[in-house]
Design a protein around this ligand. Structure first.
Ligand SMILES: Nc1nc2c(c(=O)[nH]1)N[C@H]1C(S)=C(S)[C@@H](COP(=O)(O)OP(=O)(O)OC[C@H]3O[C@@H](n4cnc5c(=O)[nH]c(N)nc54)[C@H](O)[C@@H]3O)O[C@H]1N2
Ligand SMILES: Nc1nc2c(c(=O)[nH]1)N[C@H]1C(S)=C(S)[C@@H](COP(=O)(O)OP(=O)(O)OC[C@H]3O[C@@H](n4cnc5c(=O)[nH]c(N)nc54)[C@H](O)[C@@H]3O)O[C@H]1N2
Ligand SMILES: [Mo]
Length: 744
């Protein structure tokens, strides 16, 4: 098995796209569907949250977006007959990939207490069952309402309204496992929990840092922006334990014919650091900037800092106290190299810092984010074109869901606005986030679990513990498009409610409806499905939520069902409740949608003191001792989170095997492990051993002491208690493990 870097994109990407289209869809309708992705009158790609430019090419989709679209519009169906054929016990033996490949869920199904099989249930019976179980709870806080990030603004707003009228703030979401550390770190320092750049900023930046992110696989359309920037001489720096292929050389798949032989070199600097050592490297870069300022005034933007910031003196003092030796020891990059990068950043006038899960999913995830903000503040990178912070969101509407109030810790202002619009007293007590929700179910403090999308069991840490928590529930309800493991480890009673996907026509009483979403740069735009629904029994997420609300809250003043007849009604409410959405129904009909308010983008900081905050963040903990390794759980090229398309990871040269652990060759030699040898991965926390069995060792270019393996197969190793300080995000990129010969 080779892992030689080869150009990313190009013809292999085109071939892979076509293979997924042909395997799943009627070829012509498949191509027609792809052409609607991310177009002004089409649907928002259900893949990542990267924005579309104002000038859109006809093919505004990527290889990995195409996989999701093809997979969702499959003609296969997991219908009542399918569930008659397979018992839940049999389905549990199947892989996540097999479950997904059974096709679309098309009818509401129920698993009664003690039953071996799911059986069909009518929508009305399902709604009454949910309402009965919710009413039987002795407190509304005993119900948990999870959301994954594909839910539209309209469905999310209605859902959180229902949940709060029911009486709880228990609204955990996938963001709790994803960019929560970014939200926490950015809110505390610049007064907004979102990024500050727009897509156009990429055309003006002199330097772009890509930290802890693998855009070639997870945000392929971002490569178009990076490629354009690289071609006009912008310096791109990748900071990552792995030399991710697409950041080396990239051939745009849609221009594969033009660049048949050579790709664009994207990253001009690759800083290969051990897992978890970003703070050390960032401190080194900032020390180098301070040194540069001593030689040549201007490296530090003192004017900007004087006018806009607090905490600078303390920050500087602490930075100067950190020794170069400790920095180099931690991040393993030489002082000379760090100084070279520091000088380059000191000379760049417009800098964008992008990051994703390699930054957030650590114990010190929030500190990581804050250290990136320190660097941007030191160089005065807020309030000007071509500069700023860019946490690159995952799910296509995860940011919009949060804007709509999917949050377990809502602000007082938000709750007051809901109260004023809907004339009820929203619950004040903060609810459970994802980690707390699992704990609560385990301890019997929560008895009903409801999921609007997602695959809670496989996405969460500590798989066995989470399964045990779900099993203790009285009722588990999941609104889903595809079968997944969460449907198989459930409470006494379980419901699967099949919903329309974003690419399908959404016909309601008042005619065809569209929904809206917010991308990672705070642009809100519409999304219209155009395919015939996979089944006539499917309901939209909005209609499902409205029906549950109507049957549960019979005497509320909201006319839930009419909200679902025409989504304009929901948008009118959003317009009155949420800042930035005035005239929503008008603005959402503009071709490019509209931009939400973002103070730091224009140089203002909405913190309590109206100043941006420098922070002091501790140096990373030292690397594991001998015999132990730091494991990061990452995505392959052929998966979307827990949805697995194949066992291949093309850019990393791995094929047809997900049970792999990538390891440094010298470490392998020291541990006397041969290539392909079968091992068990074992983590030991809180006195408990957790084991992931039968992984093949792959020699790989990864720093010593670090190993990588895929999510969700290795989630069993991540203890629930192993999470980021302040954000509670599972620390699934730094799990201490040992590697043993397989027990089999
Ligand atoms: N095709 C596809 N697209 C997706 C997804 C998908 O599964 N498939 N998932 C979506 C979602 S929800 C999300 S959140 C995003 C995720 O997008 P990414 O964050 O790019 O995804 P990961 O595979 O988790 O990659 C993390 C990267 O961080 C690096 N890394 C790990 N630890 C460290 C560290 O300590 N420091 C540094 N500097 N780097 C580190 C890893 O080597 C890897 O390159 O993608 C979204 N888009
Ligand atoms: N170890 C480890 N764990 C991780 C991560 C990691 O890097 N490492 N990453 C974390 C991150 S960043 C995230 S975001 C979470 C992801 O957590 P989730 O969002 O919960 O998981 P997904 O795999 O995206 O959910 C897939 C399921 O969503 C359903 N679905 C798909 N489209 C729709 C739709 O339009 N509507 C509805 N109602 N359902 C739909 C399908 O049934 C599908 O099976 O996982 C987290 N877990
Ligand atoms: Mo995510």
């Amino acid at each position: 098995m080779s892992n030689e870097p080869s150009p990313a994109g190009g013809w292999p990407a085109v071939a892979s796209t076509m293979r997924h289209v042909y395997q799943n869809m009627h070829a012509l309708s498949g191509i027609q569907t792809m052409l609607k992705a991310n177009q002004k009158k089409g649907f928002d790609c259900p893949g990542c949250a990267w924005p579309e430019g104002k000038e859109r090419s006809v093919t505004e989709f990527c290889e990995n977006g195409a996989k999701i679209i093809a997979d969702t519009s499959t003609s296969k169906k997991a219908d009542a007959e399918f569930f008659r054929r397979y018992s839940v016990a049999e389905l549990r033996m199947r892989s996540e990939q097999w479950l997904n490949s059974q096709g679309r869920l098309v009818e509401p199904m129920v698993l009664w207490p003690g039953a071996s099989h799911y059986t069909a249930i009518s929508w009305q019976q399902a709604f009454s069952l949910i309402s009965q179980e919710l009413h039987s709870l002795d407190s509304a806080d005993k119900a948990i309402f999870y959301t994954s990030g594909r839910t539209s603004n309209e469905a999310a707003f209605l859902y959180q309204l229902f949940v709060r009228m029911f009486g709880t703030n228990n609204l955990p979401d996938c963001s709790n496992m994803c960019h929560e550390s970014s939200g926490a770190g950015l809110n505390a320092t610049i007064g907004i929990g979102k990024g500050t750049v727009s897509l156009e900023d990429f055309d003006h930046a002199d330097a772009i840092l890509v930290i802890g992110q693998n855009p070639g696989t997870n945000h392929p359309r971002m490569l178009t922006s990076l490629q354009k920037a690289a071609q006009r001489g912008c310096q791109i720096m990748s900071i990552n334990p792995l030399k991710e292929a697409a950041l080396n050389t990239f051939i745009h798949p849609q221009h594969a014919h033009k660049y048949a032989s050579a790709g664009t070199k994207i990253a001009s600097f690759f800083l290969q650091i051990p897992i978890g050592s970003d703070i050390a490297l960032l401190k080194g870069i900032m020390k180098a900037i301070v040194e540069e300022n001593e030689r040549e005034i201007g490296a530090i933007d003192e004017d900007f800092i004087r006018k806009n910031c607090e905490g600078y003196d303390e920050f500087l003092q602490e930075l100067q106290a950190v020794s170069w030796e400790s920095i180099v020891e931690s991040c393993t990059i030489s002082q000379i190299k760090i100084q070279e990068v520091g000088r380059l950043i000191a000379r760049s006038q417009r800098i964008i810092a992008c990051w994703a899960m390699g930054i957030t999913q650590h114990k010190n995830g929030v500190a990581n984010v804050q250290e990136i903000v320190n660097l941007l503040l030191l160089r005065g990178q807020f309030g000007k074109q071509g500069a700023g912070a860019c946490p690159v969101r995952g799910h296509s509407n995860v940011q919009g869901d949060r804007t709509m109030g999917i949050y377990e810790k809502p602000s007082q202002i938000f709750l007051q606005s809901l109260e004023k619009e809907f004339n009820f007293k929203p619950p004040q007590k903060h609810g459970f986030d994802t980690v707390e929700a699992i704990e609560a179910m385990h301890k019997g403090h929560a008895e009903v679990f409801f999921a609007l999308g997602g695959n809670f069991l496989s996405a969460s840490p500590d798989t066995d513990y989470t399964a045990a928590a779900l099993k203790k529930c009285k009722l588990v309800v999941q609104v889903s498009t595809k079968l997944n493991r969460s449907h198989l480890e459930t409470g006494a009673t379980a419901l699967i409610l099949p919903c329309l996907s974003r690419i399908e026509k959404d016909l309601q009483k008042d005619g065809l409806q569209f929904v809206s979403v917010e991308n990672t740069m705070g642009m809100v735009h519409s999304s219209r499905g155009h395919l015939k629904p996979a089944s006539e029994h499917l309901m939209s997420e909005v209609a499902i939520v409205a029906n549950i609300a109507a049957s549960t809250l019979a005497d509320s003043q909201v006319d839930w069902l009419s909200m679902a007849e025409n989504y304009d009604g929901i948008r009118d409410c959003i317009a009155r409740v949420i800042p930035g959405f005035r005239d929503y129904n008008k603005k959402i009909r503009q071709a490019d949608g509209f931009e939400l308010p973002n103070a730091p983008r224009f140089g203002a900081f909405d913190t309590p003191t109206k100043k941006a905050q420098f922070t002091v963040n501790d140096m990373p903990e030292s690397m594991p001792k001998s015999g132990e390794f730091l494991l990061m759980t990452i995505r392959s090229h052929d998966q979307f989170n827990t949805t697995i398309y194949s066992g291949d990871d093309r850019y990393r040269g791995i094929s047809n095997n997900r049970q792999v652990v990538l390891m440094n060759a010298q470490d392998m030699e020291e541990c006397q492990l041969a290539a392909d040898q079968v091992v068990d991965l074992v983590s030991c926390y809180d006195g408990q051993e957790r084991r992931a069995r039968n992984f093949n060792v792959i020699p790989y270019d990864i720093p010593r002491g670090c190993v990588a393996s895929y999510f969700p197969e290795t989630n069993v190793l991540v203890p629930l208690s192993h999470k980021a300080e302040k954000s509670n995000t599972p620390a699934s990129k730094s799990v201490l493990i040992r590697i043993y010969e397989a027990l089999h």
